[in-house]
Design a protein around this ligand. Sequence first.
Ligand SMILES: *Cc1c(COP(=O)(O)O)cnc(C)c1O
Length: 373
Amino acid sequence: MNVQRYDYAAQFAGIGPAVRVALEAALLGGNYILGPEVATFEGAFADFCGVRHCVGVNSGTDALILALRACGIGPGDRVAVQANTFFATVAAISLVGATPVLVDACPQTYLIDLERLAASGPVDAILPVHLYGLATDMDRLNAIARSHEAIVIEDCAQAHGARHGARPVGGFGRVGCFSFHPSKNLAAAGDAGGCVTDDPAIDERLRLLRHLGQSEQNTHNVVASNSRLDVLQSIVLRAKLPALEAWNRRRAAIAEIYRRELSDLPIGFQSPGSTGAHVYHLFQLETSERDALVDSLTARGVDATVRYPTPIHLQPAFADLGHAPGDFPVAERLARTLLCLPIRPDMSDVEVDCVIDAVRRHFHEGRSHVARD
Ligand SMILES: *Cc1c(COP(=O)(O)O)cnc(C)c1O
């Protein structure tokens, strides 16, 4: 049996015909740019996040860039961010001309180490990443931000619906940034992203920034690029959104089974947080035999993968930050030891058992067995 990481067709179960009808109407209607479907999705997603405004943009990367710009972050500003995130988080900081201030990860949560963040020098903004789907402790983070007088922008690209306390991520800082890349918990059929905020001035600024700086046609108030959410993607996202809570719960249920059934093996896990805190965009396990385990899972048909094998400070693109191996030991260790098991909301119990069996066999039969395979 093969266990895949993604099954895009499964996400259309029950909504396929309605999506087809809406897509056809949009295609024939011709109102392709910022048509009414975009505003409909934005309203629904703002409600989902418990905030007042959502501005749809064309990717999660652009959501971060526009959020930073809307908050006035640019050249000369310092932005704290964890060293073990996805490349786009830190690229966005550099692309607006600001300076990333890297902070090591916490070995339990794999999120920004709040002790180290509190002890770091002054920064103008903090960009917490709810990495792999686990919400950052936003009470503590916001308290640290207040002491630095720093703006908080959340990278929620992996954490749609993850909660800190009773509240979903996205509304704890000035802006929350989401990606709807096909791999994410809420997936478009291509690139898409969004910013959420409670601040009407930021909302207005984001709308200018995604639309060539236009306040009205032919009046451009700021120099800005084109980053509008596509109408067709809005239709797909709006249709999938009602299922997202149930999908996240299924992801969390699978994660609980993995933890329980693998608990006796020499492996570690990201801390689960309290109920609802983790939406398991990725299920990560930590092992000193990471590469061998990926190989043996692959050989047994389980689509395991590594996210992310190189921490930010060792990426060639960030050589000018002047870091060296050893600077962020936790991020470096996680890059060497983490692997992702497949986790999909539509995964069957049989598939979950198959993954568990494959991991257990690796540790019980040892690498010699895999070599004989
Ligand atoms: C996916 C992702 C992004 C970028 O989103 P895109 O839509 O691919 O541009 C940013 N940050 C994190 C943490 C991500 O996982």
